[in-house]
Design a protein around this ligand. Structure first.
Ligand SMILES: Nc1ncnc2c1ncn2[C@@H]1O[C@H](COP(=O)(O)OP(=O)(O)OP(=O)(O)O)[C@@H](O)[C@H]1O
Ligand SMILES: [Mg+2]
Length: 254
């Protein structure tokens, strides 16, 4: 299974949008795909896919906490059947590990180890792709998640301050011993010529831009915020051909 982690340096850059559309596209192409929302910080009203609120990541983490009282983390294992109890199914067929707001988890001093158990357990499941959505904090638990990835996609715009922050982030990751060879940039929202050029962005960050996601125009009246969350843009290719192309470009570059 290929594991793709979606991350960004700032909140609201489009991680959740990119994660669900990549996962949805892969699923619709006939690849069995698992989307894991490992963001327990962001307001759940802004989360994607409009699935029921349970079971979720918090339930799985509780079970890991329970087991960690008798087993070291590296010895905690879940069978496929046990893991399936925590997964939901989206109308596209996509399997989802959902997440609700559980900000207190960020102050759990073992959260990085617990999330490592989560990701390793998900990786053992028989899917073609695992797509992981994260929050944008520079916390140890996100580094633990990134450590498990085959590919890390950094979603960003090309405003000068974003590019500067991205450069610092990459430098910091190198300082703490991470290779960023498997990190790529997904530019979200068509680049503004007044901002940093793609060439400069690649040069500054040392990362390659593998896709440019266009700005989507807001849905019609019939498509409320909620249905926009549930529906996949990639499921309506005729309406947004440029968006679909960007998703294809990203996947082709991995
Ligand atoms: N290309 C785009 N065109 C139009 N709207 C977009 C695009 N990308 C993202 N959005 C919208 O911008 C908002 C923020 O995107 P999203 O929730 O995916 O960001 P995020 O990085 O996951 O945020 P957070 O850090 O809070 O989790 C959402 O309402 C989303 O639908
Ligand atoms: Mg998000």
């Amino acid at each position: 299974m290929k594991t793709i982690v979606i991350h960004s340096i700032h909140p609201g850059e489009g991680k959740t949008k990119v994660a669900k559309e990549l996962a949805g596209y892969l699923q619709l192409q006939g690849h069995s795909t698992l989307l894991a929302d490992l963001d327990f910080v962001t307001d759940p009203a802004r989360r994607a896919l409009g699935l029921p609120s349970t079971p979720n990541l918090e339930d799985l983490l509780e079970e890991i906490t329970r087991q960690s009282k008798i087993n070291p983390f590296f010895n905690i294992n879940f069978s496929e059947e046990q893991m399936n109890q925590y997964l939901l199914t989206h109308n596209s067929g996509l399997k989802v590990l959902s997440s609700e707001n559980a900000k207190y988890l960020a102050s759990d001093e073992r959260i990085a180890e617990k999330l490592t158990v989560v990701v390793r357990s998900l990786k053992k499941l028989p899917y073609d792709y695992l797509i992981i959505d994260t929050d944008s904090s520079a916390r140890d638990y996100n580094q633990a998640i990134i450590q498990e990835a085959d590919h890390v996609l950094i979603v960003t715009d090309n405003f000068r301050y974003s590019v500067k922050d991205l450069r610092h982030y990459v430098m910091k990751m190198h300082d703490i011993g991470f290779s960023t060879l498997n990190f790529k940039i997904v530019l979200n929202k068509v680049p503004n010529p007044l901002q940093v050029s793609i060439e400069e962005l690649e040069q500054e960050s040392g990362l390659k831009v593998i896709g440019i996601i266009p700005v989507l125009t807001k849905g019609t009246k019939a498509a409320t915020m909620q249905t926009e969350d549930i529906n996949l843009t990639v499921a309506e290719p005729d309406k947004n051909p440029e968006f679909l192309q960007a998703v294809k470009d990203v996947l082709a570059a991995l």
